[in-house]
Ligand binder design. Structure first.
Ligand code: ADP
Ligand code: MG
Length: 826
């Protein structure tokens, strides 16, 4: 897609206006911007426009050509359609830009010379150039190269696109020839007009070059490129009110305004975004219909908008600039136009099929079953169609052979008769002419010597072959004329008509040449083509089989993957449950630690009350234990709260905690032992001294308390052991879970990647398939056309046979006459 190239050119002021106005221009040009200034040189912000190029009053046609049109002309030689047109009010310089002057030739003359210069530089291709020149005046198309061709009609053909029927096209061999034709066209343009300027400002002229080329080598398998170059000088875009026209001028004005208005509408529609765009009214005027490929179609296009600098033209100039601004938004899609011969078409198709096959084999994505089914159905239909065509072709071939045989016999008879008939000079050549005439085309192209390519540079040696060969791919006439209407069948003209039809091929214009236009194949080529196509069908069939097996294996893989996925999902949910359970553990542990802390406090308080002497080693030990245990319990508490807050749980395994725990255990053991020893010592003292009833009661109480403390201590120890075990188990399960979660994450990521890759590949395959389907459709269409052409040929043959028969009968009757006149001949 590329934007239309839009430029603005300001004409120098006329001598009268420069003397009447103060001489300084209202339009200021800076680089590619043009703005309107008030007389005191202050710019008007709303009237400033930027374009691809802006040419000021001093610019020359050479400069305009170089910057604006040269690339389009060169692209046209390469095979792209090209259009350049000038738009603006009357007297703003359109004709000056397109046609130019003696000293500064315009775009048309420069393009013509440049095309031939360019051709000289391309040594590996041979060219055939045709030109036509037409005018649209009051919505009527007139041929400027043939005055008799007036009011020509526009036709549309499925393959050839829009074309002007009956327009004369001259085959040209050099630039000078075209320039002469242009001059003669100019004369015709003014035919019947007294006021040339009035006429010229009210008609659109279209000069057109059709450039055909073909590679010199591999000419049979290379495509023929056909590009159309339109150089258009439009009528003045001013309003009728301003010209004050009436009567005939008013009618003209209406037509001009209508076609220019429709051009404006088309440009408006095209400049809207493609979503908003509805119907583009190309068909509403002849101008837009002819320029259709140049506007939003298959062509490289440039528009030069000319403006007059005078103050009284400001409104018109603004209108022109607005038109230019809208045109700037149009995008075209130009591509090289090629006509494919059978061989070239088959070569291309083979390559395309090969490419598709490679793509299909290279991909391992899941293939959509429906798509494949669709493709297989299409293939089946295609195959059936092929079979049908094949049998039809066989039949046709048989018929043709019979006909050929019959023709040969007839020719033999004719030759024999010719020897007998005295006035037989031209008839001697009939059989040779017949064959030649089948291959040559006449045409309104004025090719006096139809075997030649008169003098177009670089292909002198190949001229006859290209013209003859090219004509093979041209359109056949719809049908051969009926014998009855031919009169004297032995007449040379009649022979020409019989063999070539009455619509010549080379002299028809192609406004939008088909990108891949079907040539008219000869029967032999068609049979060959059919065989090739059968091969292609076989190839495609094997591809489908390959694809189906690939699809099956992919489906098996897919179901395996689904099973694996389900398994993984089960594991993930189990792990999730485990994680939830694990989350509960720190909470339980923390509760149990708090419990421990309470019990422990009680034990310590009780033990402290039991301490008789504060300075005894047991008391010291107990104090040490209290310190360690307090710090241990607080460490544990903080650990659990951290775990519960979701912080890193690794600190559970911190070694200081275990150290503290060990120290506490040992210290508690020591304290308990020393307490027991103390109690035993006290027992002994009490026994030996026997201090009475009161002491006994006290002793009993102390003993029971001690046993309680012992029990509690044991409980505490057990609980701590349990906690330790729980901690260890929880640490292990946590680690395991973490690992599993990590593994699952990796697994999930890789699955994600695989899924996205598969989706991508699926998309590629789907688009490939779409393309393949399109190709198939094209192929089917081509087959149908071939069938049609075969029918036409058989029809032509039958009519030829009839004519031969009548000719034969005539000769026979002549012979009889001769024998009756001259009995000696018997
Ligand atoms: P249009 O075709 O738009 O009606 P013309 O090309 O006939 O206008 O130009 C009107 C007049 O202005 C002609 O006499 C032409 O020679 C002159 N003119 C136009 N453009 C230029 C230019 N760039 N330089 C010199 N003269 C010009
Ligand atoms: Mg003009």
């Amino acid at each position: 897609m590329e934007k239309i190239c839009v430029a603005v050119r300001v004409r120098p002021p006329t001598p009268e206006s420069s003397s009447s106005e103060n001489g300084s221009s209202l339009w200021k040009v800076e680089d590619n911007r043009i703005s309107l200034h008030k007389s005191l040189d202050t710019p008007i912000s709303t009237a400033s426009y930027a374009f691809d190029h802006v040419f000021d009053e001093r610019s020359t046609n050479a400069c305009v050509y170089e910057l604006l049109t040269k690339d389009i002309i060169h692209a046209a030689v390469e095979g792209f359609n090209g259009t350049a047109f000038a738009y603006g009010q009357t007297s703003s310089g359109k004709t000056f830009t397109m046609t130019g002057s003696e000293t500064d030739p315009g775009i048309i003359r420069r393009s013509v010379r440049d095309v031939f210069d360019r051709i000289q530089m391309i040594s590996d291709r041979e060219f055939l150039i045709r030109v036509s020149y037409m005018e649209i005046y009051n919505e009527e198309i007139n041929d400027l190269l043939a005055v008799e061709n007036q009011r020509l009609q526009i036709h549309e053909h499925l393959e050839r696109g829009v074309f002007v029927a009956g327009l004369k096209e001259e085959i040209v061999s050099d630039a000078e020839q075209i320039l002469k034709l242009l001059d003669s066209g100019e004369v015709n343009r003014h035919f019947g007009e007294t006021n040339m300027n009035v006429h010229s400002s009210r008609s659109h002229t279209i000069f057109r070059m059709v450039i055909e080329s073909r590679g010199k080598e591999n000419s049979s398998t290379d495509a023929i490129r056909v590009s159309v170059l339109n150089l258009v000088d439009l009528a003045g875009s001013e309003r009728i009110a301003k010209t004050g026209a009436g009567g005939v001028r008013l009618t003209e004005g209406k037509y001009i305004n209508k076609s220019l208005m429709i051009l404006g509408n088309v440009i408006n529609k095209l400049s809207e975004s493609s979503k908003l765009r509805a119907h583009i009214p190309y068909r509403d005027s002849k101008l837009t219909r002819i320029l259709q490929p140049a506007l939003g179609g298959n062509a490289k296009t440039c528009i030069i908008c000319t403006i007059a600098p005078e103050e009284h033209h400001i409104e018109e100039s603004k209108g022109t600039l607005q038109f230019a601004s809208r045109a700037k938004r149009i995008t075209n899609c130009a591509q090289i136009n090629e006509i494919l011969t059978d061989a070239a078409l088959l070569k291309r198709q083979k390559l395309e099929i090969e490419e598709l096959r490679m793509k299909l084999q290279g991909s391992h994505a899941e293939v959509l079953e429906q798509e494949i089914l669709k493709l297989s159905n299409q293939m089946l239909k295609y195959e059936l169609e092929c079979e049908r065509l094949k049998t039809q072709l066989e039949e046709e071939r048989g018929k043709q052979k019979e006909q050929e045989q019959c023709i040969k016999e007839q020719q033999l008879k004719i030759e024999n008769l010719n020897n007998l008939v005295t006035n037989s000079d031209y008839k001697k050549n009939q059989s040779e002419d017949f064959i030649n005439l089948r291959r040559t085309q006449d045409g309104r192209c004025n090719v006096n010597d139809s075997s030649g390519f008169p003098g177009t540079p670089c292909f002198e040696s190949a001229e006859p072959s290209f013209v003859v060969a090219r004509s093979k791919y041209s359109e056949l006439s719809d049908f051969s004329p009926m014998v009855d209407s031919l009169g004297d069948v032995a007449d040379e003209d009649t022979w020409t008509k019989l063999n070539k039809g009455f619509v010549p091929d080379l002299d028809q214009l192609q406004f939008t040449p088909a990108i891949k236009r079907q040539p008219t194949p000869l029967i032999a080529a068609t049979t060959e083509c059919s065989r090739e196509n059968q091969k292609v069908v076989d190839d495609l069939k094997s591809q489908i089989e390959l694809l189906t097996s690939e699809k099956d294996s992919l489906q098996v893989k897919f179901s395996e993957q689904v099973v694996l996925n389900n398994k993984l999902m089960g594991e993930i949910s189990e792990l999730k449950e485990g994680t939830l359970h694990m989350k509960e553990i720190p909470k339980l542990l923390s509760e149990s630690v708090a419990n421990c802390k309470d019990v422990y406090k009680d034990v310590i308080v009780t033990m402290k009350t039991l301490m008789a002497e504060k300075e005894s080693p047991t008391a010291k030990l107990l104090f040490g234990v209290t310190g360690i245990s307090t710090s241990l319990l607080s460490t544990l508490e903080s650990q659990f709260s951290m775990i519960m807050d979701g912080q890193k749980a690794g600190s559970i395994v911190d070694y200081p905690l275990y150290d503290q725990w060990e120290t506490l255990r040992v210290s508690l053991k020591n304290t308990a032992t020393s307490l027991l020893l103390d109690a035993q010592a006290k027992d002994e003292i009490l026994n030996s001294h026997d201090k009475g009833q009161e002491t006994g009661v006290m002793e009993e109480k102390l003993k029971s308390e001690l046993s309680i403390v012992k029990e509690r201590y044991n409980e505490l120890e057990k609980e701590l052991c349990l906690d330790k075990l729980l901690l260890k188990a929880s640490r292990e399960s946590h680690e395991r879970l973490e690992k599993e979660v990590q593994f699952l994450k990796e697994e999930r990521d890789s699955l994600d990647v695989a899924v996205s890759q598969s989706t991508q590949r699926l998309r590629v395959i789907a688009s490939d398939k779409e393309n393949a389907l399109k190709d198939l459709n094209v192929e089917v269409k081509r087959r149908k056309e071939m069938e049609e052409e075969i029918k036409q040929i058989s029809f032509a043959f039958s009519s030829r046979q009839k004519s031969l028969m009548s000719f034969h009968n005539e000769i026979k009757s002549k012979m009889q006459k001769l024998t009756t006149q001259n009995p000696k001949l018997k």
